[in-house]
Design a protein around this ligand. Structure first.
Ligand code: FES
Length: 356
């Protein structure tokens, strides 16, 4: 039986589940505590200290994302001391990077920008001193601007714990600390497989999807959940549409299984075929050797296929025909295809490639 832990949050007596953190217990009560480094699918690190709260009899403020609840705890999430600490953290982060929202791809979806607004910070008290790193544009999928990085480590944990690619980590120390592949390499020169998990995890505009740059603001994007058309796992993804065009693909976390919001490089970056000008829109037929392909109607194309299949079957028998189905089809479509091959054509020569 799950044991309950009685505690008081902002003067209200509540019960939390044993093992929950203060953050989880507060959120269960509808109380908002800001976070930045916290990423629910990974280990707790308590790095940013933006989630601090006051706990009665505790010598200092505690990071609510890491501190487990204990019986009788008296927690305050909204005192002047808490707000002052949170403001200081956010002001320091703002001052230590190039957080120019005007041209930032993450404008409107940036967690730091949101915190600045919610904490009512007009401008930082400290001189803004971005590190001046060059922007990494050496690949076509991800753009890295370490001047916007807040060193929360979410991308590192996403890379190492969720995708288990182990490409990213911290390097250097103090104000020179930065995140990236080993030896300061670009993504393209590392073993990165471009799953894009790091960009999904980034709370600011430090890692963004290149094909989405200047293609649409976050508030203009319509998300449509769909199933990845590549392998047979059936990952749930969100097509991010701007005026009906897919500008990027993000994992769908809300649906949960089977991928929990993660994607691979094919699902993440392989859907540009949808709007590609070379994509076939109508069937093409070549009737004889040396003839050019010409556009045809679906009726004409199916009639042509049926006549060819019938001719081969009559002349050589059904086992001279084989069918290869596609992993991009649904289970139902592939079922129908094998049924067609077996029941209509009369052969068991049917295969399927799930390894695109
Ligand atoms: Fe708790 Fe960063 S969110 S320390």
């Amino acid at each position: 039986m799950e044991s309950k832990v009685p505690l008081t949050v902002d003067g209200k007596k509540v019960e939390a589940q044993a093992g929950e953190t203060i953050l989880e217990a507060a959120r269960a009560q509808g109380i908002t505590i800001p976070t930045l480094c916290h990423y629910s699918r990974t280990t707790r690190v308590g790095a940013c200290r933006v989630c601090v709260v006051e706990v009665e009899h505790s010598r200092s403020l505690v990071a609510s994302c890491c501190m487990p609840v204990s019986p009788g705890m008296v927690i305050s999430t909204n005192t002047p001391r808490v707000k002052a600490a949170q403001r200081l953290v956010v002001e320091l982060l703002w001052a230590s990077g190039d957080h120019n929202c005007l041209a930032c791809e993450q404008n409107g979806a940036c967690e730091l920008q949101d915190l600045v607004y919610r904490l009512g910070i007009e401008k930082p008290r400290f001189a803004i001193d971005p590190p001046g790193y060059p922007i990494e544009t050496s690949n076509t999928m991800l753009q890295r601007d370490l001047n916007k990085c807040i060193l929360c480590g979410r991308c590192i944990r996403a890379c190492n714990e969720i995708q288990v690619n182990e490409i990213l980590d911290f390097s250097c120390r103090g104000s020179r600390a930065k995140v990236g592949p080993a030896f300061g390499a670009d993504y393209i020169a590392s073993d990165c497989v471009f799953c894009g998990e790091c960009a999904d995890a980034c709370p600011v505009g430090a890692i963004t999807f290149r094909q989405a740059r200047f293609a649409g603001r976050p508030w203009e994007i319509q998300k449509v959940r769909t199933t990845c058309p590549y392998c047979g796992v059936g990952c749930q993804m969100d097509l991010n549409l701007h005026n009906g065009t897919i500008i990027k693909v993000t994992g769908n976390r809300a649906y949960g299984q089977p991928n929990g919001g993660s994607l691979c490089v094919k699902g993440r970056f392989g859907l540009d075929f949808v709007h590609h000008p070379d994509r076939l829109q109508t069937p093409l037929i070549r009737k004889g050797k040396g003839e050019n392909l010409r556009e045809a109607t679906w009726e004409e194309a199916y009639g042509f296929i049926a006549a060819k299949l019938r001719a081969v079957k009559e002349q050589s028998g059904p086992d001279h025909i084989a069918g290869l189905a596609s992993a991009r089809c649904t289970n139902e479509e592939n079922y129908l295809f094998q049924k067609f091959m077996r029941a209509v054509i009369g052969t068991n020569h049917v295969d399927h490639c799930a390894r695109l």
